[in-house]
Design a protein around this ligand. Structure first.
Ligand code: UDP
Ligand code: MG
Length: 315
C-alpha cells in the first residue's frame, strides 16, 4: 500500500477560536477517508496571515501536538488570503493539494468525495460550490450574482457561480498555478484560467463555527472589481466605445446646431445646455481615465516584482 499525501492549505487571519476546532474535524475525516482510500495522509500547512490575536500561539501548540503532519508559515504582516494561498501552494509537498478555510464553512467531509473524484473519475480538480446563500444579507447575494454575470460576460475566463476556493487538486495543477507568478492574485480567476478537467461538488452554505467574517460589504465589492480588472480588458474597450459614441453624438449635434442657427438664427444664449454638455463630456473623460488608471496601476505594481508575501517564522 503506497502512501499518498494530501497537503491541506489553511489560510488563517485572526482565527484563534477556530483552529482548535478545525484540526480534529479534519483528522476525523481522514480516519473515514482511509477506510475507502488506504494510505492517504494529511500534511497541514497553516498560513498565519499577520493575525493580531493569538493565532500563532495556537498554531505553535498544534504543531507541537502533531509534529509529523502539522506545519505553519507565519507572515510578517497581513498580506491577504490570496497571498496566503500562494505561500501554501509553494510549501505543499503532497501528491494532492487541498485549499480549505479554517472556519469549517468548507465542510471537511467533502474531501472524501473530492478524493473519489480524482482517484475514481480521473478529474484533475474537484472544487466546491455553494448552492444556497442562507444566512447572508440579500443585498450581498444580489451583488454577488451581478458580479458573476458581469465577469462571465466580459472575461474569457469562466468563473463558476458560488465556487469556493475549497478544492482538491493534483500536483500537476498546483505546478501550473505556481507558474503564474503575478502579484495581483485573484484566485477564483487563476484556478479557472489554468484549465484541467474540473468537477464541482455542491453544498449548502454553512455558518462559521466561531469568530466573524473578515470581509465587509465594501471590501467584497472592491475585491470583485479587482477580479474583473485582473481577468478582463473589456472595461478598457467600454471606455473607448463610450468615448467614441459621445464624440459622434457631439459631432452631429454640432452640425445640427450650426445649420439651425444659419436658417433660424440663434435666439437663445444657450449657456445652461453648454455647461451640461461640458460636464457630461468632462465626466466621461474622467471615467475613462479612471479605468485606464486602474490598469496602469496594476502594471506599475506588477513591474516592481515585489514578493507576494514575507515570512517571519515557519516550521
Ligand atoms: N483570511 C486570510 N487573510 C485575510 C482574510 C481572511 O487568510 O486577510 C482567511 C480566514 O482566516 C479564513 C478564510 O480566509 O480561513 C476565509 O475568510 P472569511 O471566513 O473571513 O471569509 P468568508 O468565509 O466570510 O468569505
Ligand atoms: Mg468563512
Amino acid at each position: 500500500m503506497s502512501k499518498q499525501v494530501i497537503s491541506i492549505i489553511v489560510p488563517c487571519y485572526n482565527e484563534e477560536p477556530t483552529i482548535p476546532l478545525f484540526y480534529p474535524a479534519v483528522q476525523k475525516v481522514f480516519v473515514k477517508l482511509r477506510e475507502q482510500f488506504p494510505g492517504f495522509e494529511p500534511e497541514y500547512w497553516f498560513i498565519n496571515d499577520g493575525s493580531t490575536d493569538n493565532t500563532l500561539t495556537e498554531l505553535r501548540k498544534l504543531q507541537q501536538q502533531d509534529v509529523e503532519h502539522v506545519h505553519y508559515v507565519s507572515f510578517s504582516r497581513n498580506f491577504g488570503k490570496e497571498s496566503a494561498l500562494y505561500a501554501g501552494l509553494q510549501h505543499a509537498t503532497g501528491d494532492f493539494v487541498a485549499v480549505m478555510d479554517v472556519d469549517l464553512q468548507d465542510p471537511p467531509e467533502l474531501l472524501i468525495q473530492m478524493v473519489s473524484g480524482i482517484q475514481n473519475e480521473h478529474y484533475d480538480i474537484v472544487g466546491s460550490r455553494r448552492v444556497t446563500r442562507k444566512g447572508e444579507p440579500p443585498i450581498r447575494s444580489f451583488f454577488s450574482r451581478a458580479f458573476y454575470r458581469v465577469i462571465n460576460r466580459i472575461s474569457q475566463t469562466h468563473i463558476v457561480e458560488g465556487a469556493r476556493d475549497y478544492r482538491l487538486m493534483t500536483r500537476q495543477v498546483v505546478d501550473a498555478i505556481l507558474s503564474m507568478a503575478e502579484v495581483n492574485r485573484f484566485s477564483k480567476g487563476i484556478f479557472s484560467w489554468v484549465g484541467f478537467k474540473t468537477k464541482y461538488i455542491e453544498f449548502e452554505n454553512q455558518d462559521r463555527v466561531a469568530g466573524d467574517t473578515h470581509w465587509s460589504f465594501f471590501q467584497l465589492f472592491s475585491y470583485s472589481l479587482e477580479g474583473i480588472i485582473d481577468f478582463s480588458d473589456a472595461p478598457l474597450s467600454i471606455a473607448s466605445y463610450t468615448g467614441f459614441l459621445s464624440f459622434f453624438a457631439a459631432f452631429f449635434a454640432l452640425i445640427f446646431i450650426v445649420i439651425r442657427a444659419l436658417i433660424y438664427g440663434d435666439h437663445t444664449a444657450g449657456w445652461p445646455s453648454l455647461v451640461c454638455i461640458i460636464l457630461l463630456i468632462g465626466g466621461l473623460q474622467l471615467f475613462c481615465l479612471g479605468i485606464l488608471g486602474k490598469y496602469v496601476g496594476r502594471l506599475y505594481l506588477e513591474s516592481k516584482h515585489r514578493p507576494i508575501y514575507i515570512v517571519k517564522e515557519e516550521k
